[in-house]
Design a protein around this ligand. Structure first.
Ligand SMILES: *Cc1c(COP(=O)(O)O)cnc(C)c1O
Length: 340
């Protein structure tokens, strides 16, 4: 697949490191465990969304956009990275933010404003606070787009998580990068594991592995919704993206591996397993995970390794998708667990 055919801007430090987790591998006595450091993509504390944004901002510039509109939870890592990417390319950024577990003015919310984004905060029941009406997130976005157009602006909408076919190309690209690194290092990868939310990351990984005919299995770990809701969406996004880039691949629901056993009580709500996983990687390897996505996905991977789910003769690669700025709004939840 010829990535250079598609509009793209440079946002990230790449290739991101592929590191061997020697202490953790010994501790768990399973397959070799590696970590792909996409928390180190570089842009405004990094994370997976920056890879998608290289193609999304490329497309926005091709369309001569001057304002970027996107949406997410108040602690959205996607919104933070979008704010940084938009400002770097001279565009305004408007973020429509839904309330979630933490309401603290810190972490990503603080960084959004620091990066110059304009925030439209929605209430619990999806009312737009500063619009005074009962508007859903979608309606709020539509109204903002229409309003900007009447003012002579050219807004470009990036969906929640940047998860459409254009954004997914970022993770096709990541997978190609990872396979090249693994070949160079002489590593045979059996599985890649990542947190899966809006689906663009997992879609890109599945397609990337297939485009390269690598035989690598992609395990998506749920952080919000159940498999019955997410798998059909992932299947659709995989097929749409394959069609969009004319890759000639097709997917059924049974081709998608998505594990929803490690969500805990819900999106952004801390679980004991997540806290233990974050603590484990911090203390074994000095690497920091996030509480909403990578912490829960890592907890799932560790549990699956303990249960013998993975082929021990091949490496398992955890894709660290970032999100660490959100950790600081969770410090109170961690306190009782980390003092011993
Ligand atoms: C957005 C995000 C994910 C999930 O990626 P999707 O493409 O939305 O599935 C995983 N980890 C972190 C830290 C994220 O911010």
């Amino acid at each position: 697949m010829q990535l250079s055919k598609y509009p793209r801007v440079k946002l990230i430090h790449s290739p991101t490191p592929l590191e061997y987790l020697e202490n953790l591998t010994q501790h768990l006595d399973g397959p070799d465990i590696y970590i792909k450091r996409d928390d180190c993509t570089g842009l405004a504390f990094g994370g997976n969304k920056s890879r998608k944004l290289e193609f999304l901002i490329g497309d926005a510039l091709k369309n001569k956009a001057d304002v970027i509109i996107t949406a997410g939870a108040v602690q959205s890592n996607h919104c933070r990275q979008t704010a940084a990417a938009a400002t770097k390319f001279g565009m305004e950024c408007i973020i429509v933010a839904k309330p979630s577990w933490s309401k603290e003015y810190n972490g990503n919310l603080f960084l959004d404003e620091l990066l110059g984004a304009k925030l439209v905060l929605l209430e619990e029941d999806n009312e737009a606070l500063d619009q005074g009406g009962k508007l859903s997130m979608e309606e709020t976005i539509e109204n903002l787009m229409a309003d900007l157009k009447t003012k002579g602006k050219n807004p470009y909408y990036i969906p929640v998580g940047g998860s459409n076919s254009i954004g997914s190309l970022g993770y096709i690209s990541m997978t190609m990068e990872l396979i090249a690194q693994a070949n160079e290092m002489g590593i045979e990868i059996g599985s890649m594991v990542a947190a899966s939310g809006s689906g663009g990351t997992q879609t890109g990984m599945i397609l990337g592995a297939d485009v390269e005919k690598s035989g690598i299995q992609t395990v998506g770990m749920a952080i919000s919704s159940d498999a019955t809701i997410v798998i059909p969406k992932l299947k659709d996004l995989c097929n749409q993206t394959s069609d969009y880039y004319e890759l000639g691949l097709s997917y059924d629901e049974k081709d998608i591996i998505f594990n929803d056993n490690y969500i805990g009580e819900g999106y952004g709500i801390p679980s004991e397993e997540m806290i233990e996983a974050v603590k484990l990687l911090a203390r074994k390897e000095g690497i920091i995970l996030d509480p909403v996505y990578s912490g829960k996905a890592f907890a799932g991977m560790v549990d699956l390794i303990k249960k013998g789910y993975f082929d021990k003769s091949k490496a398992v690669v955890f894709i660290h998708t970032g999100g660490t700025p959100a950790l600081f709004v969770y410090s109170d939840s961690f306190r009782e667990y980390i003092q011993n």
